[in-house]
Structures are given as structure tokens and as C-alpha cells.
Design a protein around this ligand. Structure first.
Ligand code: SAM
Ligand code: SF4
Length: 334
């Protein structure tokens, strides 16, 4: 048995998020510019290389794998990767294989994902209004995402809806979204918008809607009970007593969650980001390609984990955006 991955702050790293592509069929205003420059395809790790890397992490104790992007389901051949990862579920080494998606391709892939052992999907959806959806995503169609969500449910996948809280954009839909999720049986998580990537004309502070404020508004209508439950991640959960539904809050800005961080993020080019909010990263592509022997790769992974920073420095509290990182969320994987 090899030693598990423990960082300098005694946090065990058991969760790997993998961005399998930086490309996407949407252009959400808070995530990308309209004319994003994507990486040349030759820069990307092949699916076989991604398999080898993920398998190395699993060998070192990673138990949860989340596939993200960009939009993971637009990467060509991605189902062969999910099929390959299913072997780690079958061996029991991997406890959960999951993904975060914009839902546009779920209608096509939901049944295949379920067949690979995926049990839950996170679908990002910030509004239930067709026109607003088109405005936020620039290229997306709400009807297609709704069909995708229905297909996921039909395939037996649990759906969690991720909503980025956007001031002046979806504030007025707080209750409709909560009620829709409760009626459909979806879990729901709200996310504060993070200062990632240069958004051109988009104004970060203008977009920022504190979840403290959102929660206070929820409490005007519902009785909220704090839940001790943690999914090993940054979300804090409450139960709405009136509906019995569960709501999560991811609050990197108004409440720092770094002390319990159990995760690292791999990009589609093989860079390992030890913290979403810091520039520190390690190149795993070179050691991956340097030798067919996984010992070299495992040493590089351990060396990277030894560099994991204590936390991020995002801060809007002085009415300015501090701690901004230059890369886009689609590069590191949200
Ligand atoms: N395309 C997939 C999707 O949208 O679910 C997966 C990748 S996306 C980068 C992952 C998550 O990051 C989404 O829930 C998205 O809303 C969120 N996200 C993107 N940019 C963000 C930002 N600047 N602040 C907070 N969340 C962001
Ligand atoms: Fe694409 Fe997801 Fe970013 Fe929207 S949030 S542009 S769907 S990667």
C-alpha cells in the first residue's frame, strides 16, 4: 500500500478534478469572452494520457474524480475515457466518478454515463428564463439543457443544479429556482462569482451577489436548518424545512473554506493546480511523457502536493477585486 497524498497543512488529497478540454459550446459571460482563444488541439493530453494520469492519482489514494472543462461532453471520444475510468469503480479503488456539465449534450450521453457507473451529475443552470439564458450563455438554448436534465433523470442519474449568483441577473429568480429544484427533486447549490480570467467589459464587482445576502432573502420565506453534512468540498448545506430540500452555498468570497480543502485540479494540458485561487502549478505532462514507468510520475505528483498553498486570496471586501487570477475557470475546470 502506498502512502496517501497529504499536503503540508495535513489535508489528505482524495479528490481530483480534471478539465478534459478548455473548449465549450457556450460562452457564459462570467466565464469566457465571446471570442475566446482556445488551446491548439496538439497541446491537449490524449485520452490515453489522461487515463494514465488519473489512474496514477487513484493509485495514490484519490477516491473521487470529477470530469469538467470547458464542456467535458464536447471533447471528442470522451465516453471512451469514462468507460476506461469505470474499471476503477469496479475495483473499488474509486468511490465516485462524476462530472460537471452545462447539460447541452446530456440527452445524447446520459444513458452511457449511467452505464459507466456515474451516479450523479452537476448541471450548471443560472436561470429558468429562455431569453435570459441566451443572454448569459451567449450561445446556449435553455430547451436543450432542460431536455438533457430530463434525459439524466430518465437514466437514473441524480442531478444537482449549480447556479452562479449574479447580481441584477438572477436575483429575481431566487424563489422560482428554489421551487423548481424542490419540485423536480434536484439538489441545488449557489456559487459566488469568482474573479477568474480577464472578462473584458464584464464588471466583476457589478456581478457579485454575496451569498450572505441571498441566504438572508431565503430565510425571509423559509426556515433554514444548517446541516453538518460535508461532501468533502467547500459547500455548506441547509435544509429548507418547508420543502425538505437541500441547498448548498459555495462562498469563496464571503466565507473562506480553504481549511477543509481536499482537492487538486488537473488541466487538459497536464498542469496540476494545487489551488483554484492561486497561480501555483506543477507540470505533470513532462514527467508523464518522460517515462513509461509510473514511478517518475508519482514522484512528480507527490512533489506537487507538497507545494499546495494554504488558501486563496480572493477578496472583494475593500470594494475592489483583489486576488484575481488571470486564467479562466474553463482552463482549470470549475
Ligand atoms: N461547462 C461546464 C459547466 O458549465 O458546468 C463545466 C465547466 S464550468 C467552468 C464549471 C462551473 O464553473 C460552472 O458551474 C460555472 O457556472 C462555474 N463558473 C465559471 N466561471 C465562474 C466564475 N468566474 N465564478 C464562479 N463560477 C464560475
Ligand atoms: Fe462553458 Fe461552463 Fe464556462 Fe459556461 S461556465 S462558458 S458552459 S465552461
Amino acid at each position: 500500500m502506498t502512502a496517501p497524498l497529504i499536503d503540508p497543512f495535513a489535508r489528505a488529497i482524495s479528490y481530483l478534478r480534471v478539465s478534459v478540454t478548455d473548449r465549450c459550446d457556450f460562452r457564459c459571460t462570467y466565464c469566457m469572452t465571446e471570442h475566446m482563444q482556445f488551446l491548439p488541439k496538439k497541446e491537449l493530453l490524449t485520452l490515453e494520457e489522461l487515463d494514465r494520469l488519473c489512474s496514477a492519482f487513484i493509485g495514490l489514494g484519490v477516491e473521487k474524480l470529477r470530469i469538467t472543462g470547458g464542456e467535458p461532453l464536447v471533447r471528442r471520444g470522451i465516453m471512451t475515457f469514462f468507460e476506461a475510468m469505470a474499471r476503477h469503480l469496479q475495483s473499488g479503488q474509486l468511490k465516485e466518478l462524476t462530472l460537471t456539465t452545462n447539460g447541452s449534450q446530456l440527452k445524447r450521453f446520459a444513458a452511457d454515463l449511467a452505464a459507466c457507473g456515474v451516479k450523479r451529475v452537476n448541471v450548471s443552470l443560472d436561470t429558468l428564463d429562455d431569453e435570459k439564458f441566451a443572454r448569459i450563455t451567449r450561445w446556449g438554448r435553455l430547451a436543450q439543457v432542460r431536455e438533457g436534465i430530463e434525459a439524466a433523470q430518465a437514466a437514473g442519474l441524480r442531478v444537482k443544479i449549480n447556479v452562479v449568483a449574479l447580481k441584477g441577473v438572477n436575483e429575481d429568480e431566487l424563489f422560482p429556482i428554489v421551487e423548481w429544484c424542490a419540485a423536480e427533486g434536484h439538489d441545488l447549490t449557489f456559487i459566488e462569482v469568482m474573479p477568474m480570467g480577464d472578462m473584458g467589459e464584464e464588471d466583476r464587482l457589478g456581478q457579485y451577489w454575496s451569498l450572505k445576502d441571498l441566504r438572508a432573502r431565503l430565510a425571509e420565506r423559509y426556515s433554514l436548518t444548517d446541516l453538518a453534512e460535508r461532501s468533502g468540498g467547500p459547500a455548506r448545506y441547509v435544509r429548507l424545512e418547508e420543502t425538505g430540500s437541500k441547498i448548498g452555498f459555495i462562498t469563496p468570497l464571503s466565507h473562506n473554506f480553504c481549511e477543509s480543502c481536499n482537492r487538486v485540479r488537473l488541466t487538459c494540458t497536464g498542469e496540476l493546480y494545487m489551488c483554484l485561487g492561486q497561480e501555483d502549478r506543477a507540470d505533470l505532462r513532462a514527467p508523464l511523457r518522460a517515462s513509461a514507468d509510473d514511478a517518475v510520475l508519482e514522484d512528480a505528483i507527490r512533489a506537487a502536493i507538497a507545494q499546495k498553498p494554504k488558501g486563496h486570496d480572493f477578496d472583494y471586501s475593500r470594494q475592489s477585486v483583489a486576488g484575481q487570477v488571470t486564467r479562466h475557470m474553463s482552463h482549470t475546470g470549475g
